[in-house]
Each structure stands twice: as C-alpha cells, then as structure tokens.
Design a protein around this ligand. Structure first.
Ligand SMILES: Cc1cc2nc3c(=O)[nH]c(=O)nc-3n(C[C@H](O)[C@H](O)[C@H](O)COP(=O)(O)OP(=O)(O)OC[C@H]3O[C@@H](n4cnc5c(N)ncnc54)[C@H](O)[C@@H]3O)c2cc1C
Ligand SMILES: *[C@@H]1O[C@H](CO)[C@@H](O)[C@H](O)[C@H]1NC(C)=O
Ligand SMILES: *[C@@H]1O[C@H](CO)[C@@H](O)[C@H](O)[C@H]1NC(C)=O
Ligand SMILES: *[C@@H]1O[C@H](CO)[C@@H](O)[C@H](O)[C@H]1NC(C)=O
Length: 371
C-alpha cells in the first residue's frame, strides 16, 4: 500500500448576501447586528470569529439545533465517546500546518495516527477468510497505477485549462473496469471511502492530487477523545463569545433552536425569518448551512439566488456517508500492529466494505466501526 487514504474535509459553501447601505435612520438600527450568521458549525463559528477579530462585534449567530458543532458530533455509544460525523484530522506532516491540527494540539485532543499500510494483508473474501497477501497486493498495485495515471491526466487537464472529468472517465481512459469483488472493494476504498461518492460522481481535478494532502501532508489522525472532535468548534467559539465559569457559551449573540426559513434582501439590508415567526434584521447575512439544506430549498431566498449560484449548488452531490458502530461480546478478530483497518470484498460493490477496530483506542472495549 503506497497511498494513505482518509476522510477529506468536505467543503461547505458560504453564501454572502447583503448591501453596502446600512440602515442609519431606523430606530432599531443601534441594536440590529451588522451580520447574521446562519449555522454554528465549524464554518459559521469561524466566520463569526473572523468578523469579531476584524472589529465587527455586532453579530448574531442563528443555529437550528440546540448545540454548536454541526457535523462534528459525538455520541456516547456503550459508554465510549464515538464520532458520528468528522473523525480524522486529515493532512498532517506536510509543508504547511493544518489549522485544525494546531487546534487539536492546543486542546491536547487525544488522537492516533492511522496506518493503512497493511490493509492488503487484511482484505477479506466474500466467504472464506482473507485473500492471500500477494494476490491482494497485486490488485492494489494495479489500482494505484490507475490513480497515478489519473493524477497525470488531472495535472495535464489543469495545465491546459481543460474541463473537469470524473474519476470513472479517467479509469476508462486506462481501460480499468473493476469487476471482481477484490477489485471493487479496492476501488471503493480508494475513491468512495475518501470522497463519499463513487468514481462516476467524483471530480478528477479536485481529488487527485488532493490539496489537503499535498499542502498539509499525508498523515491522518483519528480523533478519539471523550470531549469529541466538536471541541475544536468550542475552542474557536470560546475565543470570541462570552462563557460562564463552566465554559458554557452564554453570549446572547449565539441563539440556538433558531431554524432559519426565509432570507429577504433589499437595499436596506437583510431580513432573516426563523421558524418561531421572528424576523431578524441586519446589513448582511452569511449562510453556512450544508449543501443538502440549500438544495432542498429549506431556506427561501427573496429575491431568489442568482442562477449561477443555484447552478453551483446543484452541480454538487450532497454525499451520504454511513457509519455503523457495533459492539461484540467477545473478540474474534486479529489484534496487534497492522490490524486496525480491514476491507471486506463482496459481489455487491460497497456492501460493508470498510471496517475499523476501535478497541485499539478504547482498550477495554470490543468495538467495531464500519462504513
Ligand atoms: C459522517 C461524516 C464523516 C466526516 N468525516 C470527516 C473527517 O474525518 N475529517 C474531516 O475533516 N471532515 C469530515 N467530515 C466533514 C466535516 O464534518 C464537515 O466538513 C464540517 O463539519 C462542516 O462544517 P460546516 O460548518 O460547514 O457545516 P455544518 O457542520 O453542517 O454546520 C452547519 C450548521 O447549520 C445548521 N443549520 C442547518 N440548517 C439551518 C437553518 N435552516 N437554520 C439555522 N441553522 C441551520 C446546522 O444545524 C449546523 O449546525 C465528515 C462529515 C460527515 C457527515
Ligand atoms: C456514557 O454514558 C454513561 C451512562 O449514561 C456514562 O456512565 C459514561 O460516563 C458516558 N461516557 C462518555 C464517554 O460520555
Ligand atoms: C507496534 O508498533 C509500535 C510502533 O511502530 C511499536 O512500538 C510496538 O512495539 C509494536 N507492537 C507490537 C506488539 O509489535
Ligand atoms: C499485517 O496484518 C497481518 C494480518 O492481520 C498481521 O498478521 C501482520 O502482523 C501485520 N503486519 C504488519 C507489518 O503490521
């Protein structure tokens, strides 16, 4: 195995609307915020901190749920804290330092370097145990050559300013058609596990080479901390929002359980309507909700977003990435170095393909995590 694969931070789209004209005459202008931020995930909280650092203190963060953190979300599974969303700090050890890694270190967030090098020794047949290592390794080498070919095609397209193609197209150019269970699970591992989408839906230009790994490094650290990966969002929030002695955010500029349903824009500013019927006014609004929320028109824009922006939103897929946590009464799998990750090959592509043993981390628990 030459290529380390983990999760990419799926980019979010930030829509900025507003007007340069404030509302100096109105009686409420003094108390009205300059900027409303919709959503209190990592991007919304970071946007709010950036504004605060720039001296724009009159902000209002409206968050639909009863917590900040968004898709960084921990859960207590059988007494162990597990991550339902983001789990890896991907991109460590390279020429630039990943800003998330700096926060993780400041917090002394417990995390473990993920080693995928031995996965060809831990790839299971549909039935009957593991593939012979040499057989799996050969299949991996072929698939990795296809990735390298795709990387060259990608660089060439970029250099000639040619339009993007999918990973699938680059595979066809190389006459590569994964069809055995082994080929399919390797294809899943190299593409879907990384991008949460199959090769047909994944951009070649944006995924090989991946800027996360080329800028920040090849290493990925699996976060396993009882405070959860979401504590990096709290870390950012605590730098500009007021908290009580227990560290809980008490700042009135953060309002939870506020589901935004409509955003209206006029020369006088923006009006942001929430499900409870209230209308919040400001000069600007920053929308940090997921692509899924925007594609499903859960927030109505008046006037509607420009066509080019709608096109940009609809061109992407909202990826679905399923994790299942299982606990077994006893341990029936191998242990020791090089056995944390394994693949299961099946006739049906993407059928329980990737498994991780979490018992490495929790020590006392026999936990399995798969996707
Ligand atoms: C299963 C899974 C695994 C992942 N693994 C990794 C990983 O290993 N490493 C990694 O770096 N990244 C990973 N990611 C991606 C990472 O979690 C996201 O990129 C990141 O958390 C997105 O942050 P955000 O602030 O842009 O969006 P979100 O976290 O989605 O924040 C948006 C916020 O807006 C709120 N909101 C939505 N609609 C409304 C509304 N109408 N009104 C008000 N508020 C609203 C939401 O409740 C949410 O709090 C993973 C994601 C998932 C789902
Ligand atoms: C999980 O919940 C149990 C019981 O509700 C509690 O004893 C334990 O401390 C919790 N663990 C974590 C990591 O939150
Ligand atoms: C596993 O690897 C680590 C570091 O590579 C090493 O320190 C440790 O001794 C190894 N453990 C076993 C059981 O081989
Ligand atoms: C690789 O995995 C095999 C099978 O689980 C295991 O026996 C072996 O010790 C591992 N090798 C390394 C170098 O980690």
């Amino acid at each position: 195995m030459g290529i380390r694969r983990t999760r990419l931070m799926l980019a979010s789209l930030i829509v900025i609307m507003g007007t340069l004209l404030g509302c100096p005459g109105a009686a409420t202008a003094k108390r009205a915020p300059t900027v409303i931020i919709v959503g209190a995930g990592m991007s919304g909280i970071s946007a709010a901190k950036t504004l605060s650092d720039a001296g724009i203190k009159r902000i209002l963060i409206l968050e639909a749920t009863n917590r900040i953190g968004g898709r960084m979300y921990k859960a207590n599974f059988s007494g162990v804290s597990v991550e339902l969303g983001a789990n890896w700090v991907s991109g460590v050890g390279g020429p630039q330092v990943n800003p998330i890694w700096i926060m993780a270190n400041k917090l002394r967030l417990k995390s473990f370097l993920s080693n995928f090098q031995n996965i060809s020794s831990n790839t299971y047949k549909p039935v009957g145990g593991v593939y012979e290592e040499s057989v799996a390794r050969k299949a991996f080498e072929v698939a990795e050559q296809v990735v390298e070919f795709g990387t060259e095609v990608s660089k060439d397209l970029a250099a000639r300013k040619q339009p993007d193609i999918s990973i699938l197209t680059s595979q066809r150019l190389k006459n590569y058609f994964p069809k055995t269970p082994l080929e399919m699970v390797i294809d899943y591992y190299l593409c879907d596990f990384e991008s949460a989408e199959p090769p047909r839906a994944t951009s070649l230009l944006n995924s090989v080479p991946s800027s996360t790994y080329s800028n920040f490094g090849e290493d990925s650290y699996f976060v396993a901390d009882p405070r959860g990966y979401e504590s990096v969002v709290h870390y950012v929030a605590q730098q500009f929002l007021t908290t009580n002695a227990a560290g809980q955010i008490t700042d009135p500029r953060l309002q939870l359980k506020k589901v935004v349903t409509e955003i209206s824009r006029s020369p006088r500013g923006v009006a942001v309507k929430t499900e409870d019927g209230l209308v919040h006014r400001a000069d600007y609004v920053i929308v940090s909700v997921s692509l899924g929320v925007l594609q499903n028109n859960l927030i109505k824009f008046h006037p509607s977003l420009p066509q080019w922006k709608i096109l940009a939103l609809d061109q992407f897929n909202m990826a679905i990435y399923t994790k299942i946590f299982l606990k077994f009464p006893y341990k029936f799998w191998p242990s020791g170095n090089g056995t944390e990750f394994f693949l299961y090959a099946h006739e049906k592509r993407g059928y329980y393909p990737f498994w991780q043993v979490i018992q490495f981390i929790t020590l006392s628990e026999n936990l399995f995590f798969k996707m």
